[in-house]
Design a protein. Structure first.
Length: 314
């Protein structure tokens, strides 16, 4: 199976399960579980915005992700829910982080942006306690939403795990997810490889291959796909043979339905596509989105960049 086929089948699974990303009444509840409501919707929006940006309008994939993005935007009532969330939780950052994904794709709500700008000028907003990678993400969300960033990227980057160029043997699951999101924030989710500083680019070129191999060996498919997205986002990707092997392993982990589990043993990956779900939605939606995201970035690099010597898989 090719990288393109991984992308197409993953997106078909997402399309078939789009109603599972819909916001329910609990999305506005005071005791609602954000990780089961706004988080999946925001991840859907971000992946679709990124895939749309790097896919020609004539490509059927572009049409598919545009339709998914419209569906996700409708779930927010064309942005009205962000304004409501602003009044319910004025110092919560996740509404802005989700909104930024839509704003990057041209879906904007001017009243929400004006309200968010007022809150973003307060000391309470600037002093919110956050993990370093999350703070970097909020700074980028502010910029993408047309707000004045409350901090500077170099300073925020220097406080992250990846920004400190740590000993490579300290890599583990939490560090892996942190480093992938640092790169996503620096590159505008794969759109601007030049956003990665030279020292980080050199560091990743050297250590990304063994980290990727470690995650694949451990059947950590979700993190492996995020690392493949990083590989397609940095200025100098790893060797083509490394990426070819990685994509073959991801393709082997993909069920005929298009779903990829977050981790663990693959359930009948070669089974028939009879509509039956091989995994629970929460166990595969993110890894399936990440597979589509990584595959789209890889395909775009093949198409748009003179990749002779660039380390892009064929």
């Amino acid at each position: 199976m090719s990288v393109r086929e991984v992308e197409e089948t993953a997106l078909e699974w997402v399309w078939a399960h789009r109603d599972r990303f819909a916001l329910g009444d609990d999305a506005l509840a005071a005791d609602g579980q954000v990780n089961r409501t706004w988080k999946p919707l925001g991840e859907l929006a971000q992946v679709c915005a990124s895939v749309s940006a790097c896919t020609p309008p004539s490509d059927p994939v572009h049409t598919r992700v545009s339709d998914l993005l419209d569906f996700a935007w409708q779930q927010t009532r064309q942005g009205e829910l962000f304004l409501l969330m602003q009044s319910l939780e004025p110092f919560a950052t996740y509404p802005l982080e989700v909104y930024a994904a839509f704003a990057s794709a041209g879906r904007r709500h001017t009243d929400y942006e004006a309200s968010a700008a007022v809150v973003a000028r307060t000391r309470g907003w600037r002093l919110t306690e956050q993990y370093p990678t999350r703070r970097l993400g909020v700074i980028e969300a502010e910029r993408r939403s047309g707000l004045r960033p409350h901090g500077r990227v170099p300073q925020a980057l220097g406080r992250t795990w990846l920004g400190g160029l740590p000993e490579p043997w300290t890599f583990e699951r939490a560090a892996g997810y942190a480093l992938t999101h640092v790169v996503f924030h620096l590159t505008e989710w794969g759109r601007a490889a030049q956003g990665v500083p030279p020292d980080l680019a050199d560091y990743l070129r050297h250590w990304l291959p063994p980290w990727l191999d470690t995650c694949l060996e451990a059947r950590m498919w979700d993190l492996s796909c995020e690392l493949l997205a990083v590989a397609a986002s940095v200025p100098r990707p790893p060797d083509p043979a490394v990426l070819d092997d990685a994509w073959q392993r991801v393709a082997a982990a993909q069920h005929a339905s298009g779903a990829i589990p977050e981790e663990g043993v693959i359930q009948d990956a070669a089974g028939s596509a009879d509509g039956a779900d091989p995994y629970a939605f929460t166990d595969c939606y993110h890894s399936t989105l990440m597979a589509a995201f990584a595959a789209s970035l890889t395909t775009a690099r093949l198409r748009d960049v003179d990749h002779a010597g660039q380390g892009v898989p064929g």
